[in-house]
Design a protein around this ligand. Structure first.
Ligand code: NGO
Length: 518
């Protein structure tokens, strides 16, 4: 049963040792900023030897969320933190389904921290998971360590009611230009899930490499996956590995959206199968970084047989609603051919039960209203996207000069590109998705996504250096209500995340805009 606010107020103040241990943390020291937070300086919870993690009785999902929390906190605290069904009596952290403030919806949660206990309530396991991510951030940074650390482990007191502004809070990883292993992608998934990101879009094919096994088309992976930018060995995911990634993401409440880019950005497929080319001649593999030179052959039937096979396989591997069909920079496809192509391809996704997402150029083909254009322009105006919004399509926002994580921070950034802009942290944070594109009102915005293109990135260190600290900025734009938007507060909160990244070993960029603690 929930402890009422009145009861909570009657509880005594925490020990002064606990107060000191808070080290400037309050209930609002969280990214993304919670929708509502009421700190209560008289309350605080201290994790101890006897702390239990009590999860909703009868819910395996709630128990799994509890276990994930225990997996983070056991090594650093050295406490046993048993995960038990919530009918057990004892002090601890409770993860309960139901009884939450109605505003929390399907992904939100309510968190109450008081002297004797922490209670997270939600309507879904996703909400409980989000609540536990908030709880992790409220603990001292040392709680993220993989080895035993000195406490005390104190959580600041008060009450949070939190839920997302937008349904889609995404990140994209380009595994084509450089291939990233299953382990590297899982590590990124772990990082994303801490900021309440709920979609991971994987860019699985491009000119430089095809990265997913497709039965019936073995050369895509035996040959088309064999290199990457700069001529490295490339790689691909077997179906089994891909399903493992899908399940791993799912356990962190992230849905994977697979992208096969078409009709341009297709050199790896064209190199693998001569018959996909209009002249029947396979081009060589490509390891450079130019864009816009390749195209599927629009008038050959085999093109659509190929796409049907690929989309069918991908749909079977995808529990989520969307398949992403690319559609960007088709400079080697005549505009009339592009429309012809899209009009044949769009129904293929529908045939396999999936909705379509695509880079915003594809809205020229006037797809059905369930299709989602991903706006990647550098302007605050786009007639075709505004027209799609007027027809009822929801728009995903990834403006390249704000949300692209592969843009350099400034002229000295060793990695990344600068064709759209330099994107320092204040730029990544400083835009309102609900009013960014002219005539695309908030009600037409599905959410935000931070793409990370990998022309210049080779490993997890590189991914982290570009994603942190900007990914949390985009995550906050996607989750937090605009009323909480505040650069001064964001900088301070980001500095606290820096402490956690140091403990976690995340290779973040020390932006001079942020008052890092050390
Ligand atoms: C563009 C291009 C990609 C590049 C990226 C680099 C889109 C949608 N298409 O974004 O192929 O990798 O820029 O920033």
């Amino acid at each position: 049963m929930a402890v009422t606010t009145a009861t909570a107020a009657l509880l005594q103040a925490p020990a002064s040792a606990g107060q000191e241990a808070l080290a400037g943390k309050s209930l609002t020291s969280v990214i993304p900023a919670p929708a509502f937070a009421q700190p209560d300086a008289r309350q605080a919870f201290r994790l101890g030897w006897g702390t239990l993690i009590l999860t909703q009785h009868g819910s395996r999902e709630a128990a799994a969320v509890g276990k994930q929390l225990a997996d983070v906190l056991r090594p650093s605290t050295g406490y046993p933190l048993p995960v038990l069904p919530a009918f057990v009596h004892g002090t601890g952290i409770q993860l309960l389904l139901g009884g939450a403030d109605p505003r929390v919806g399907q992904e939100g949660y309510q968190l109450k921290v008081e002297r004797g206990q922490v209670v997270i309530r939600a309507n879904t396991a996703a909400g409980l998971f989000a609540g536990t991510q908030t709880l992790r951030q409220l603990l001292p940074a040392a709680a993220e360590s993989k080895s035993r650390q000195k406490g005390p482990w104190v959580v600041p007191g008060g009450r949070i009611v939190d839920f997302p502004r937008f349904a889609h809070r995404g990140a994209m990883l380009d595994v084509s230009r450089h291939f990233f292993s299953v382990g590297e992608v899982k590590s990124y998934i772990d990082q994303l899930s801490q900021y309440k990101i709920n979609r991971l879009h994987l860019h699985l094919s491009d000119d430089q490499g095809w990265r997913i096994e497709i039965p019936g088309w073995p050369r895509l992976t035996s040959y088309g996956a064999s290199t990457e930018v700069g001529g490295g060995p490339g790689g691909f995911y077997t179906k089994r590995q891909y399903l493992d990634l899908v399940a791993y993401a799912r356990s962190r409440f992230i849905t994977i959206i697979p992208e096969i880019d078409m009709p341009g950005h297709t050199n790896a497929a064209l190199a693998s199968y001569a018959e996909l080319n209009c002249d029947g001649v396979a081009p060589p593999l490509y390891t450079g970084t130019e864009v816009g030179f390749s195209s599927f052959c629009i008038d050959k039937e085999i093109t659509y047989k190929f796409i049907d096979d690929v989309v069918r396989e991908l749909a079977a591997l995808t529990p989520g609603e969307y398949i992403h069909i690319g559609g960007d920079e088709a400079h080697a496809t005549e505009p009339a051919d592009y429309l012809k192509f899209m009009r044949r391809v769009l129904p293929i996704a529908a045939k396999y039960g999936k909705k379509v997402a695509g880079w915003h150029e594809f809205v020229k083909a006037q797809p059905v209203t369930s299709a989602v254009p991903q706006y990647w322009g550098t302007d605050d105006e786009d007639e075709d996207v505004a027209a799609a919004a007027a027809r009822g399509n929801k728009v995903l926002l990834s403006p390249a000069h704000k949300a692209y994580l592969d843009m350099k921070y400034d002229e000295n950034t060793p990695l990344g590109q600068d064709w759209a802009a330099f994107v320092e942290v204040d730029v990544a944070y400083g835009w309102n998705p609900g009013s960014f594109v002219k005539n695309v009102p908030e009600s037409s915005v599905l959410g935000v996504e931070a793409p990370l293109w990998s022309e210049t990135l080779e490993d997890s260190d590189d991914i982290e250096f570009m994603a942190f600290p900007r990914l949390p900025a985009v995550a906050e734009l996607g989750w937090s209500p605009w009323s909480t938007h505040d650069w001064a507060s964001f900088r301070e909160r980001l500095a606290q995340q820096g402490d956690r990244w140091q403990v976690q070993g995340v290779n973040f960029y020390r932006s001079p805009q942020i008052p890092w603690h050390n």
